[in-house]
Design a protein around this ligand. Structure first.
Ligand code: ATP
Ligand code: LTN
Length: 356
């Protein structure tokens, strides 16, 4: 309830001062607002954890947090309906298991709040095609097949901008791969503000200092991704200890010997970054720790660290999944708390643009 009251106060203020200059928008905030999202498109992996979830969990006291399972983004490529529904609950359970506390953070499903799709449509009308054509994620996902992928895949960043802008978000903690989408969100908000006067809060990205882009274990030149199918590519958050050990043992390295953070040696750099993401030491400390040791030692110790970090998460996940009704209740409650905020922002934008 606290979230709703504070947001309502901020919104009232924002609307009241909308014609008086962008700086005014920020004045009544007591805590910065964080928004981030994850797609329910497959099994979450340690890239998601180190690049995003870990920071979402850690910032819960410092900020006012909103975390979203972005199912509307998921359907930009075909999803089996039953699997999509199941994965939506699974990824929510994983976030709860990782430490998202529904008392301190709002957790919800994107399609449960209609304003996301509505604001995305309005933003579409202000986002030039050229901005979308430059998105590297679109180019990678569409590949050679640009003519037959969905319009939704092309327009993905407009929906992401709507997600963020609906909640007057200040900070968006994401992995490095989302930086370009954040730039587009900022540009879209600034465009609306310059055409209609201060209407939308312009958010800042928050990219982790370490392990912001975890790479595939099988191919350290490719980002670790849920949609990559090769067996040794990703360590999944629900992998068994045996699977984790096996995948790390087989990870690609190189023919050199010393264990140092060198970007020119992507395999070893990736393993060291994962180690650093889980243990938190500095590069110098980690290099000193592995001085004189071999790749076998690095892989063995890394596997131990990853198993130790993921075991409690996996156990908590299975406990939570014994009561799926409770997960659904948490998600419904999150949407109920947030809907008035999203609706108020949408209304504010509609009024400025001359709709409704
Ligand atoms: P896909 O690759 O199938 O599009 P994904 O694995 O990138 O999916 P998302 O749901 O799109 O997963 O991302 C959730 C969060 O995890 C985002 O903040 C994203 O930046 C972060 N993330 C995803 N992959 C990595 C990675 N390899 N390293 C660091 N962060 C990542
Ligand atoms: N595109 C993001 C998921 C996402 C998101 C958001 C992240 C959708 N909406 C809003 C931050 C804020 C991705 O991780 N692939």
């Amino acid at each position: 309830m606290e979230l709703q009251t504070e947001r309502a106060a901020r919104l009232e203020y924002t609307v009241a001062t909308a014609t008086r200059g962008a700086a005014a928008i920020d004045i009544v905030k007591t805590k910065k607002c964080v928004f981030s999202g994850v797609q329910p498109t497959g099994d979450a992996h340690i890239g998601n954890f180190l690049g995003a979830f870990k920071y979402w969990v850690a910032s819960q006291d410092e900020f006012e947090n909103i975390f979203c399972v972005v199912d509307l983004h998921a359907i930009t490529v075909y999803q089996d309906p039953a699997t999509l529904r199941e994965q939506t609950r699974t990824v929510a359970a994983l976030l709860l298991a990782a430490g998202i506390d529904p008392e301190r953070s709002a957790l919800f499903v994107q399609s449960h709040i209609g304003a996301h799709a509505e604001l995305a449509w309005i933003l579409n009308c202000f986002i030039p095609m050229g901005w979308l054509q430059r998105m590297t994620q679109f180019k990678e996902k569409a590949g050679e097949d640009r003519e037959s992928v969905s319009t939704g895949l092309f327009d993905y960043p407009a929906l992401m901008a709507a997600d963020i802008l609906l909640y007057d978000t200040d900070l968006v903690p994401v992995g490095d791969d989302q930086k370009q989408h954040l730039e587009l969100t900022r540009d879209a908000a600034q465009r609306i503000n310059s055409l209609y006067g201060p209407t939308l809060v312009v958010p800042e990205p928050s990219i982790p200092p370490v392990a912001a882009r975890v790479m595939g274990l099988d191919d350290p030149t490719k980002k670790m991704s849920k949609s990559e199918e090769a067996a040794g590519h990703a360590i999944l958050l629900l992998d068994s200890p045996d699977d984790i050990v096996r995948k790390i043992k087989r990870a690609t390295t190189d023919s050199q010997r010393d264990i140092v953070f060198d970007r020119q040696r992507p395999g070893v750099f990736n393993l060291l970054s994962i180690y650093q993401g889980f243990t938190g030491g500095s590069e110098a400390e980690i290099e000193a720790h592995f001085d004189g040791k071999g790749y076998g030692d690095l892989k063995g110790e890394l596997a131990e660290v990853v198993v130790a970090a993921l075991t409690p998460l996996r156990e908590r996940y299975h406990e939570l999944m014994n009561d799926p009704g409770e997960i659904d209740r948490i998600l419904a409650d999150g949407a109920d708390r947030l809907r008035p905020i999203a609706t108020a922002t949408l209304k504010r934008v509609m009024e400025q643009v001359g709709l409704g």
